[in-house]
Write a protein that binds this ligand. Sequence first.
Ligand SMILES: [Zn+2]
Length: 212
Amino acid sequence: MANFRTHLTAGTITGIIGGGVCWQYGFFLKASHLIIAIGLFIIGSILPDIDAESSIPTKIVVSLSSFLAVGLVLVSIANINGSIEIVVQTVLCIVTYILIKYLLPKILSSITYHRGLIHSVPMGILISLVLMVYFLSIDYEIFMAGLLGSFLGGGFFLHLMLDELYSVNIFGARIKSSFGTALQIFSFTQPIRYILLYLVIGYVYFNFIPHG
Ligand SMILES: [Zn+2]
């Protein structure tokens, strides 16, 4: 599997190139959206390893996620009509930060194992959809919401592809035992979890994404 630095470097470069191309084609109307998109791509590119036992990457991912969550809370507050008192805002931010920073790793390690359900293709699809629904809920247009969701998903899939590539050595002469575990679409060792995950994807897609 590719190491953390490889993922971060590849994610940053690909995110900037992808963002630049979309900017050139006029997909982003605001520079802030471009920056958010690149940031999401980078986060996506290190997110799948969040299921690894308390390693340094996991700690960094958790820290980034807690800051991102606080950012999302602030964006949500800014988009809600009617002001919320500054004290309440501060408390909301602190509670969000603590919840993600301290509870997320515990929850993750109790329900997952490395290269399990979180490190899979359907999980990438689900997080993209959930993020898209989030942006729709704060009144982003469907195109922009989908684009930003795709950037997170794009980073996520880049990570899975890199892990898969690294499981075959450069000349393809030797295939490591981890081959095939990175770009996982379904696992017969945990079928119920995967079926549930696909059901959740279907539920989110048909109930929260506007059609037609
Ligand atoms: Zn990985």
